[in-house]
Write a protein that binds this ligand. Structure first.
Ligand code: SF4
Length: 143
C-alpha cells in the first residue's frame, strides 16, 4: 500500500471474497472508509460500536485477527471506542474481539516492523508459503 501496489483484480479468490462479503450480512451496513481504514461492516449494539471484518475462511485467522486489531487500535487513537468481530460466513462462525493491552502491544510491534520494512532500501526476497497459491499479489513475487 505504501508503494501504491494493487492486487491482481482478475484474481479469482479476490472476486470470491468480495462476493461472499457482498452477499452476507445484508442488513448490516457495508464497507465504511474512515481515513486510512476500510471497514467491512459496522453496527451499533446499544452503547457499543462493533466493527466487523468478513473473511472467506478461517485458514488465515491469525492474520485476520491482527488486521481487525489494527483497525480497533487506529480507531482508539482517533478517540473511537469499538469492539471487533471476525465473520466467516461460509463456516457460519463469528468471533468477538476486544483490544486489550496485550493486543495493543502486538499491534504496536507489528506497526514498527512494517515501518522498518517500508523504510528499507529494498524489499526482502519473498518466501513461498501456503497462502501464495491464492494470493492476489503473487505476480509481484513470482512472475
Ligand atoms: S510471498 Fe506469497 S503470500 Fe506473500 S505477497 Fe508474495 S505471493 Fe503473496
Amino acid at each position: 500500500m505504501s508503494r501504491q501496489i494493487c492486487p491482481d483484480e482478475d484474481n479469482t479468490y479476490l472476486h470470491l471474497g468480495r462476493l461472499i462479503q457482498n452477499q452476507s450480512y445484508g442488513r448490516e451496513r457495508k464497507e465504511v472508509r474512515l481515513e486510512h481504514l476500510c471497514l467491512d461492516l459496522i453496527r451499533r449494539e446499544e452503547e457499543t460500536l462493533v466493527v466487523a471484518e468478513v473473511k472467506k475462511s478461517s485458514r488465515a485467522r491469525e492474520a485476520a485477527r491482527m488486521q481487525l486489531a489494527f483497525y480497533l487500535y487506529e480507531l482508539e487513537q482517533m478517540g473511537v471506542e469499538a469492539e471487533g468481530e471476525l465473520l466467516f460466513p461460509e463456516e457460519r462462525r463469528r468471533e468477538r474481539m476486544v483490544l486489550d493491552p496485550e493486543l495493543a502491544r502486538q499491534v504496536e510491534n507489528l506497526k514498527a516492523r512494517v515501518r522498518a520494512l517500508i523504510l528499507a532500501p529494498s524489499a526482502p526476497l519473498p518466501t513461498r508459503i501456503r497462502f501464495c497459491a491464492r494470493c492476489a499479489y503473487a505476480e509481484f513475487c513470482w512472475a
